[in-house]
Write a protein that binds this ligand. Sequence first.
Ligand code: ZN
Length: 212
Amino acid sequence: MHTELIPPARLAGRPRDRHGRLVPWFVAHINGEPDHRVVRQAGVEDAARFNHCFLCGARLGVYVTFVLGPMCTINRVSAEPPSHRYCAEYAARACPFLTHPQMRRRDSGLPEEAAEPDGIMCRRNPGVIAVWTTRAWHMEPDARLFSVGDPTEVTWWREGRPATYDEAFDGLESGRALLEEEADQDAMPSRAHSKLARQYENALLHLPGSRS
Ligand SMILES: [Zn+2]
């Protein structure tokens, strides 16, 4: 946590836990205590249905922002609903899971009833993340995943600071490797690989410094 980092006003109004940490809107309470590792019951669906910012809970506008791992900038899928741009950027800089790549999400000891975000892609800690602002998105009807459209703006972050082109590129490459493996398993592998090649080329356009 950077001491100089000041949360946007909407987030600053959220309650704090007994360690003084902000408790985002999505956080579940387990035995009366907020557990930052766990998404509240129906939190993903409710955020999308009622247009809540996933982080501060206030209403979203026309433009929304997703915090995406590099792989998600290729397949344009997010397991988490969108937030305000400034809330997302704050999370990208302050969230320990996003800003300390050596940390791993602790999966043991979670209560069984806890709802986890769907999708394996964002459960790995990507190290580099994209703060992806767009007005084109929707929730997939049965998968509890979000399709994310072309961005109006993207910023890249690593360990709480802007990421370089090379760092973002490396992240994209490891994301592509995982998607290549998925494409191998597809019922129609050659079609899946050509789709992935197109998606990858498109993702390259949004690396830091790539847009003129
Ligand atoms: Zn917000």
